[in-house]
Structures are given as structure tokens and as C-alpha cells.
Design a protein around this ligand. Structure first.
Ligand SMILES: C[S@@+](CC[C@H](N)C(=O)[O-])C[C@H]1O[C@@H](n2cnc3c(N)ncnc32)[C@H](O)[C@@H]1O
Length: 322
């Protein structure tokens, strides 16, 4: 049996017998006015963060949701799009698709604004998304891609890129590892399926997103997720996993490299009213301007005594220059 089959079997089991908090962190789902999340759906909250960013979901976007789970985030996306077929939710596991469909039926009874036609559940997997090229505004996945082996992660990222419209967004939440996870854990298919041993270090995770073609990546959140303690996991030292929420844009990669926003700002401290690097970055004196990590590094090199670069906040949500 391949590791993907082990994962499918695991998710078939947790679709039939929900296991609160077993797979991923049990967190309070995003609350929205007039949204009632059925308790069955909450029990099946198998995500590790959120991919639903409420301030960016205007204009009723078409969303392809990969790995439907109990349907919680599909319902949250439908809250914004509110039209038939706007959310297409894909899952290879029959029992998971059935559980999500049942939960969405309950949601329709508990939410007057919601109709089950707003979420179309389809059989499919992350490597073969059942939609045409350039056809959706958003691809979202929560706590799924981390279970893939690195080469499969690349395939899944490339497949997401294929189906996104130009300018479209890949919204993800995944565990990342604060140092490489040792081989004996990476090979453990059950732990991998449980989102505990497939996580990559931050740098490799981001690099794989960029290698799939995404020209801009924004980090929305980064926080502690789980501790793999040395005794239980046979490690020399405890290993902290973090959970990372990101949004990657299908835009051309600039010649000097992709823009990754992690919440850094640049602040000009010279004697002029502003600083202009003549490469598109104008910094008014004393006022923080959001910059991507690439620009932050260039500006810091250029004028270390006149430009202060603030640390990554890991809470970037727009604005500034790259
Ligand atoms: C950790 S759960 C996350 C569920 C949901 N995103 C959530 O936040 O609750 C992973 C989901 O991905 C599905 N899945 C497993 N293998 C998959 C694959 N190769 N392609 C797409 N989905 C897959 C599982 O059946 C399950 O629904």
C-alpha cells in the first residue's frame, strides 16, 4: 500500500468516526454573522489554521477546495460566494465526500442563506483536479499538502497553478517544521497522514511554492502547532511544528525573484523628506512601508545606516511595495 493509500484509509476512518482534534489542532472556526456551523461539521474540523480570509472574498469568487473534510471551510467560502457551483470541493475519499454532503444538508437547515447547490462535491484528487486550466479564482487547501512527499507536493502545487486564472490565489494552511524532520518519522505513514511528520521547514515549503510558478507569496499567520517530544518520537531534542497560513498569487515571477511578504517594513531615517530607490520603492521619512523580504534585504544592504528594516510579523495582509 502506498503512503497516499494509507492516508486515504485514515481519512475514510475519520470520516465515519469523527475524531475531535486527533488529526489536527482543534481550533475555534472563524465565526461570521449569520453563519451557523453544524456541530457535526465542527467535530470534523481537521484543519490547522484558516484559508478563509474574509476581507478578500468580494465579487463572489469561484473557489476550488481541495480535500473537503467535513465541509467546514467549503461552507465558509460559500458564505461569501452564495451562488450555485461557486465552491467546488474535491476529495478522493468516498466516505469523506459523503460526510461532507450530509453536513452541508444540515447546514442548509440551520442557515437560511445557504443552499446545498452552492457547494458542488466532486471526486478527484490534488494531482488531478477535475476543472479546466485557468478556470477558478481561488484554490484552497487546509492541512492536506503537508502529508505529501516533497515531489508530490510539487505536483499538487503545479496542478493548483494550472487551474487558477491569471492573478488567482492559492490559499493554504499547513504545518511546517522548525528543523528537518528525521527520516524515521518521515517514513511513518500513519504519522504523515495525521499531519505530524510530513511537514517541511519554512524555507523549503516557500521555495516549492515559488518553483511551481507563483510570483508572490504572502504569509497571513504563523504560530505553534504541535510539539514532537523527544521521548515519544525518538528524537534527540524536542521538535516544534508550526502552522503557516499563506496566500500565493499566480503572477509572473519578477526577474530578480519572487516577492515573499512576511510583514517586514522599511523605514527611512535620513534627512530628506523621502527616499526613492528608483526601482519603484519610495519611503517617506519616518513612516513604515511594507516590503517583501527580497526588497527588505536589498534596502538593508543599500543604506544600512539610513533605512531600518523591521522584523517579520508573519501577519501580512496587503499594502506596500515589493
Ligand atoms: C487533514 S484533512 C483536512 C480537511 C479539511 N481541509 C479541513 O480543514 O477540515 C485532509 C483531507 O484531504 C483529503 N485527501 C486525502 N488525500 C487527498 C488527495 N490526494 N487529494 C485531495 N484530497 C485528499 C482527505 O480525505 C481529507 O478530507
Amino acid at each position: 500500500m502506498s503512503y497516499l493509500e494509507t492516508a486515504a484509509q485514515f481519512y475514510s476512518e475519520v470520516a465515519q468516526t469523527p475524531q475531535v482534534g486527533l488529526c489536527c489542532v482543534q481550533s475555534t472556526p472563524l465565526q461570521l454573522p449569520g453563519l451557523n456551523i453544524p456541530s457535526k461539521m465542527q467535530e470534523m474540523n481537521y484543519g490547522c489554521g484558516t484559508t478563509v480570509h474574509p476581507t478578500e472574498l468580494g465579487n463572489q469568487p469561484t473557489v476550488l477546495y481541495v480535500g473537503v473534510g467535513g465541509g467546514l471551510e467549503a461552507l465558509q467560502f460559500a458564505y461569501f460566494s452564495r451562488r450555485p457551483g461557486a465552491v467546488i470541493a474535491v476529495d478522493p475519499v468516498l466516505e469523506m465526500r459523503q460526510a461532507a454532503a450530509r453536513n452541508l444538508e444540515i447546514a442548509a437547515k440551520e442557515n437560511p442563506w445557504f443552499d446545498t447547490s452552492f457547494v458542488e462535491i466532486r471526486e478527484g484528487d490534488a494531482f488531478n483536479l477535475p476543472v479546466p486550466d485557468d478556470s477558478v479564482d481561488i484554490v484552497a487547501q487546509n492541512c492536506l499538502f503537508n502529508i505529501f512527499e516533497p515531489e508530490d507536493l510539487t505536483r499538487a502545487l503545479q496542478e493548483a497553478y494550472r487551474v487558477l486564472k491569471p492573478g488567482g490565489r492559492l490559499q493554504m494552511s499547513d504545518p511546517i517544521a522548525t528543523r528537518p524532520i528525521p527520516e524515521h518519522l518521515r517514513k511513518d505513514e500513519q504519522l504523515r497522514a495525521m499531519c505530524l511528520s510530513g511537514a517541511l521547514p519554512y524555507e523549503e515549503y516557500i521555495q516549492r511554492i515559488i518553483s511551481a510558478g507563483f510570483g508572490q507569496v504572502e504569509i497571513r499567520d504563523r504560530r505553534p502547532y504541535r510539539l514532537l517530544d523527544s521521548q515519544t518520537y525518538n528524537l534527540q531534542e524536542n521538535l516544534l511544528l508550526e502552522s503557516l497560513d499563506s496566500v500565493a498569487f499566480k503572477v509572473i515571477i519578477p526577474e530578480d525573484g519572487a516577492c515573499v511578504f512576511t510583514g517586514k517594513t522599511a523605514i527611512y531615517a535620513g534627512s530628506e523628506p523621502f527616499f526613492d530607490d528608483e526601482a519603484g520603492h519610495v519611503l517617506p521619512r519616518g513612516i513604515p512601508a511594507s516590503v517583501c523580504d527580497k526588497t527588505a534585504a536589498k534596502l538593508a544592504d543599500f543604506m544600512p545606516d539610513k533605512i531600518m528594516i523591521t522584523d517579520s510579523t508573519w501577519h501580512y495582509n496587503g499594502g506596500g511595495c515589493c
